[in-house]
Design a protein. Structure first.
Lengths: 146, 244
């Protein structure tokens, strides 16, 4: 007789550590309701260190596949290139326009545009004020003709 | 020295003690999963006097089927689902995630502005790319994670988030920008620096138009875009070399 995954009420768990949130429920799903003998069989015959175990010798955990550590692509840059980029960055200016502190949007034109877009009918973008690529215009035309 | 994205582009976050929800602020918000199916709960009768109005039916709907039906019958999904007129509920899986606010909020009242627009802001959700131990998030492909960190994916933007969030590197999903009511956002009291907000604005333009450093944009913004373009090309080149 072969053990199959039983149905059981999953415990409601809450983790402070989000890394555990993905691991623990998966382990519980698989092993929590497994009969004791089945669990022992799994550990003795199916886990990587036990497959090649030699009696009286220490277990070798080296065969367990490990997640590969992430290498930040920035670490691959040559030091000279990295310094050049840093210098370029220092020359850039970032003003209030790029980080507005205002909490409320007050531009009447933007508000009017939002209301128009939300409406039922088609709307026309103002000529010469909004740049629209020629290929996009074609797409838009095809859409409205459908 | 092992250089990283933070060394190159600077610290992305700073403390923010204010109460206002302003662009660049990191907040917690309800972010829906990208699902292929949704569930609708509807009463058996919409007549409150009927005994069956207390009984409900749960039905599962596949988005693809819905779109096909809507196209074939020339009806919009909300009409197809009767969501505008009846007391139906759509059940949708969501998660509370950190998001970055992108726009100032809309006012409570403005000429013609529907009430459901009031206090809305645009925000973009943050996902873990590399966990705090230095491994790609479980389930992510290592190569894909490195590509995102090397600015190779237009719809994603990496942010070094160690010490501020529970991950070493997070990424913004620009294909998942959403509107949220200002009142449901919970501030995490940290905010993007001006520099990083400028990077993200440039990247959003790139995501929307496919052009990173086009000539028509204002000079200061264009220089930022050109800088990011250079970083993107150099990182991509190095990553490609390292993979062969």
């Amino acid at each position: 007789m072969r053990w199959t995954l039983p149905r059981f009420d999953k415990p409601r768990l809450k983790f402070d550590n989000v890394a555990l949130e993905g691991i623990i429920p998966t382990v519980l799903d698989r092993f929590a309701a497994m009969p004791y003998n089945e669990l022992l069989d799994y550990v003795y015959f199916e886990t990587a260190p036990m497959k090649d175990a030699v009696k009286g010798q220490p277990l070798d955990f080296g065969g367990i596949p490990k997640s590969q550590r992430f290498v930040d692509p920035v670490s691959l840059l040559l030091p000279g290139t990295f310094q050049q980029l840093r210098k370029k960055l220092e020359k850039l200016e970032f003003d209030e326009m790029s980080a507005p502190e205002c909490e409320e949007l007050v531009d009447p034109n933007v508000l009017e545009l939002l209301v128009t877009i939300d409406g039922e009918g088609l709307f026309t973008l103002p000529e010469n004020e909004v740049h629209i690529d020629a290929d996009f215009k074609e797409d838009l035309k095809a859409l409205t003709e459908d | 020295m092992e250089q990283n994205l933070r060394d190159l582009l600077g610290e992305p976050f700073e403390q923010y003690a204010g109460d206002n929800i302003v662009p660049g602020l990191v907040c917690l918000a309800i972010v829906p999963y990208q699902l292929r199916t949704l569930h609708v709960v509807r009463p058996l009768s919409y007549n409150s006097a009927s005994p069956s109005s207390a009984a409900y039916k749960l039905s599962k709907i596949n988005f693809e089927q819905l779109t096909q039906r809507a196209n074939g019958m020339n009806r919009l999904p909300h009409v197809e689902l009767s969501l505008r007129s009846d007391e139906d509920l759509v059940v949708y899986k969501v998660k509370i995630r950190p998001v970055i606010v992108l726009s100032p909020r809309l006012p409570e009242k403005a000429k013609g502005l529907p009430s459901y627009f009031a206090y809305s802001v645009l925000c973009v959700p943050l996902y873990t790319l590399v966990d705090k131990d230095g491994f790609p998030k479980r389930g992510y492909n290592l190569v894909a994670a490195e590509k995102i960190a090397a600015l190779q994916c237009r719809q994603f933007f990496p942010i070094p988030s160690r010490t501020y969030l529970d991950s070493a590197i997070s990424f913004l999903r620009l294909d998942n920008i959403q509107a949220a009511n200002r009142n449901i956002l919970r501030s995490k009291q940290i905010k993007l620096t001006k520099r990083w907000l400028a990077f993200i604005r440039v990247w959003i333009r790139f995501y929307a138009t496919g052009k990173l450093a086009e000539e028509q944009i204002p000079e200061r913004e264009r220089k930022t875009a050109e800088f990011l373009n250079t970083v993107k090309e150099l990182l991509s080149e190095q990553l490609e070399k390292s993979q062969y």
